[in-house]
Design a protein around this ligand. Sequence first.
Ligand code: 4LM
Length: 407
Amino acid sequence: MADQTSKTGFATRAIHGLEHARQPEGALNPPLYLSSTFTFDRVEEGAAMFAGERPGHFYSRVSNPTLSALEERFAALEEAESSLCFASGMGAITSVFWTFLSAGDEVIADKTLYGCTFAFLHHGLSRFGVKVIHVDMTDPAAVAAVLSEKTKIVYFESPANPNMRLVDIAAISTIARNVGAKTIVDNTYCTPYLQQPLKLGADIAVHSATKYLGGHGDLIAGMAAGSADDMMQVRVEGLKDMTGAVMTPLTAHQIMRGLKTLDLRMDRHCASAQEIAERLEAHPLVKSVSYPGLKSFAQFALAKRQMRAPGGMIALELNTDIGGAMHMMNALTLIKRAVSLGDADSLIQHPASMTHAAYSKEERAEHGISDSLIRLSVGLESARDIWADLESALGTLKATSTAPKAA
Ligand code: 4LM
């Protein structure tokens, strides 16, 4: 697979996968197999499939041909041996964690995580005898200091939701491998077009496919990619028996449509986000902008090293109190006030009261999630219209705030 993958461009793999197989009836797209179960010609055939001695589909909680088509394409994009579909990003994350953990094990997780992932680790897994230790993974030495032979999983997002901190995937993967722990990276913000965690040494990449992979705000889904052995274990343990978080065939079909334009969409998201981030940074009412494409970004060099481009997400703070930030968001007319990200539509939200409300106020402070942070998902509209909306909403603040720009 590696040889074939390197011979074929990303866009070609996103549209065709690696197989270029003729579809039934010569259909351009893989058929939608709306079938929960699959019949056997003979009982012995079914028994052999259940025993894993014969390939084939027998029940759609385990596998389905439409999902297999997406899995094959997605593995080709992450340059992984294998990949797996899930009902949601949380379905992917929880299925993977339940597969590889037992009571007494330890998980080392970054401090900044999507709110529901934090809730799962901190309030969920820890009820089942798994110790979860949060460290600041921007410092690899801090990770090395807490690793032990009990560590089974090292987990982080890069960029992290919502404050955009990056984690050095190669450095952390090397440290984790030394104690036999799996490095699992949430690659949602980047997609395999912008960043390939497995090529940097990670074991598994997980995604909320609800975001850029689907790309149009019309589905909830998750993906994971990794070795054939790991993905098989997640399929037959975490997914089949523990979460049952199975993607529907229709959703897999929609994601395959989304993948066909993934690189084009990501290029536009990145170009527009760069322009918007630069304009925001120059605005007198904006206190700070976190965007990996800005020279002022603390990890600008790491972003250049591990990401193809800086992505479509921006975190910012205004030179106002939180009331002013709410006022600005409420004044927007094109950009929608909504959680989620990676859609064609630009979306804005307030992490402290929305996506990261599962953290207590004290935890947010401790984990680097400012209560005044605003998160912007830059969409595919014309960048000048996105900026005009932001500039006009910021303009409504001038009457209420004259705070000078922070040095
Ligand atoms: C949001 N995020 O931030 P499902 N990993 C990351 C995410 O951002 C998310 C998930 C996993 C948001 C949802 C409301 C980095 C979700 C979970 O929502 O289960 O597909 O993905 O706005």
